[in-house]
Design a protein around this ligand. Structure first.
Ligand code: PLP
Length: 366
């Protein structure tokens, strides 16, 4: 059996450090926020290239608070991609704003900047590009359009810890960036977690207040906030794991290179690292014509797979909008039918990659 992700093997490789960090929280009993969370916030922001980090209880909360800090609310529009995890769009809806979509680039699968300008209206308050699968969006044209029109840009970097755009890390590319530390992410907590990273002290201050009931000082609620605080355990665990992240990212990149080599000349579309990008391969998605048959063949060979994501958000029942329907975003809709995610994690062995690749090749050429 080759699992889709393998969190246990990674834990065992750093067990002593993790167990010590967990014991430390039990000792200090700083179960919510506290010193370890503050330490992680600083270290993670430094990892991203500067600014401040604000730890929260999920990537979705990070997105919600970043949008609120940008002043997004009812009557506003926020532009994003239809080819993302539903959380990106849910967070926009939490603020009362309306999501507006732009179709994707067929190679990077990220929001296509060439289509952005035509989606902008006087109501556009923010742009929310998603670094899907761990590959950064082509940010320069997006930032150029946003600056001209004074629109806030927020990175959804939930899948892209340590990814780079023209040598700069995600988290430092726009006004704010939102990360998820869901356990399976490249930097994963042992529970839920998220963070906003920003170089803007005003946004940081607002987000710090909003995550903790809008308090300015104890029991003074200046804003209508939330209980979105990060737990002490997660801060302590993430501090340990952050020290290993670069090594894990390099292992993911090596695994991706091996997959590409093994699947070469098979007619399968493998992920392409864009010239401006350092891809961190949170997801390794290939494209196949007969996805169902490929899944079945892989399952028979003992290989677990995933689909990220089978239905673009504009076609999800809960997010239907009269302006959109089947055919509105043809590239996203086609890609959603063809993508198939193969096992990808730092601990994946060469022999396992060979086995997965062989099973894919056999099916495609059968
Ligand atoms: C692109 C994207 N945005 C947002 C999220 C939400 O993060 P979380 O699950 O931590 O709330 C996720 C992951 O789940 C994601 O993949």
């Amino acid at each position: 059996m080759i699992p889709f992700v393998d969190l246990k093997t990674q834990y065992l490789s750093i067990k002593e450090e993790i167990d010590r960090a967990v014991a430390g929280i039990l000792e200090t009993s700083q179960f919510v926020l506290g010193k370890e969370v503050a330490g992680f916030e600083q270290e993670f922001a430094a990892f991203c290239g500067g600014g401040e980090g604000i730890g929260v209880n999920s990537g979705t909360s990070a997105l919600h608070l970043a949008l609120l800090a940008a002043g997004v609310g009812p009557g506003d529009e926020v532009i994003t991609t239809p080819f993302t995890f539903v959380a990106t769009v849910a967070a926009i809806c939490y603020t009362g704003a309306t999501p507006v979509y732009v179709d994707i680039d067929p190679v990077s699968y990220n929001l296509d900047p060439a289509r952005l300008e035509q989606a902008i209206t006087p109501k556009t308050k923010a742009l929310l590009p998603v670094h899907l699968y761990g590959q950064p969006v082509d940010m320069d044209p997006i930032l150029e359009i946003a600056r001209r029109r004074r629109i806030v840009v927020i990175e959804d970097a939930a899948q892209a810890h340590g990814a780079e755009y023209k040598g700069h890390r995600t988290g430092s590319l726009a006004d704010m960036a939102c990360f998820s530390f869901y356990p399976g992410k490249n930097l994963g907590a042992y529970g839920e977690g998220g963070a906003v990273v920003t170089a803007n002290p005003e946004y940081a201050k607002t987000i710090r207040m909003l995550r903790n009931w809008g308090e300015s000082t104890r029991y003074h609620h200046d804003l209508r906030g939330f209980n979105y605080r990060m737990e002490g355990f997660q801060g302590a665990i993430l501090r340990v794991k952050l020290r290993h992240l670069e090594g894990w990212t390099e292992a993911r990149r090596a695994n991706a290179a091996l997959y590409a080599e093994r699947l070469k000349d098979s007619g399968i579309v493998t992920p392409q690292e864009m010239s401006y990008a350092r891809h961190v391969y949170h997801v390794y998605a290939i494209r196949v014509r007969d996805r169902e048959a490929t899944i079945q063949a892989l399952t028979a060979a003992g290989v677990q797979t995933g689909i990220h994501y089978p239905i673009p958000v504009h076609l999800q029942k809960a997010y239907r909008d009269a302006r959109y329907g089947p055919g509105s975003f043809p590239i996203a809709e086609r890609v959603a039918k063809e993508v198939l995610s193969l096992p990808m994690y730092p601990e994946l062995q060469r022999a396992q990659i060979d086995q997965v690749s062989e099973a894919v090749r056999n099916q495609v050429t059968a």
